[in-house]
Design a protein around this ligand. Sequence first.
Ligand SMILES: [Zn+2]
Length: 327
Amino acid sequence: MTKMTFLIALQRLQRNRWLKSSLLMSSLVICNIANANPADNTKMASVDQILSQQHQCSASLTLRSAALTPAQQQAACAQLAAIEQRFHQLFQSAGKAVRHDHNTMLRANIYQSKQQYVEFAGQHFQMPTDNGGMYLEGFPDQPGNQAEFVAYQREQGQVWNLSHEFVHYLDGRFNLYGDFCATLHDSHAPPENCPTPAPDTPYLVWWTEGMAEYVAHGTENQEALKLAATQQFKLSELFHTGYERNHGSDRIYRWGYLAARYLLEQQRPKVDGMLKLLRNGDYPRYQALVRSWGTSMDQEFSQWLTQQASAGKTALQPVNNGKYSAN
Ligand SMILES: [Zn+2]
């Protein structure tokens, strides 16, 4: 395929559903698609050639990789099985997918290195590669749709954000009705190209990213706990966090973690009421609910942050009656 026909095909692509992994977003923008040499495209190895290993962890997870060792495959499967169990314990959601969701299984696609990811992932998955990995939800309402996580191994062989991305998959299947564009955010970037204009805030970015961090890291999130001491944000402000405005890695991921964790641990009835709306895709009523909360929890959130900040300082010691749980 020539560069031009490839680019036209790219524009016509079905809109993949994806979430950013901005924790790992590189400031260096490398676009292998725009820079691809047309002559090279004809030689492009297929995804099956590059990611030639397949390992099924469970009914809900398959690993496809270039170079994961058997031990690394086993470790990844065990790690994600624990995440899945934690998620379903938290939400009592096992076996209760939202309506019209056919994403029965996630396939994690792991390239051998960042270099290989940049070279191939753009053409294999029609996605940008100036990031640390992506979750492509696809069209969950379509039978046969395949949800994909695409990432790469780091220097030590580990795959960053694997747990976080798997939580996105679980959240999309068990908590949030509809696809990525249906939920509330302000990202219009390709390959998603969600329609403009963005809806008004409040969004769901604090929840999707913050809850994913909470399930992935549990109470062990030292970077977030350090930020808690700054009291930089009120809870009522964090509901307006976006990807394009009111954003930044700390605000999206670390403050999102603090907001989601506070709600889940201290305001569970409110979360359950919210989840009823999200599972039905009733996003206008979600926004009305969050607006009705207003600033009512700001003071308690601030006090909770103070407690967490002091607990974080002694996190390596058993504190809080020894309840400090490791991942
Ligand atoms: Zn994410």
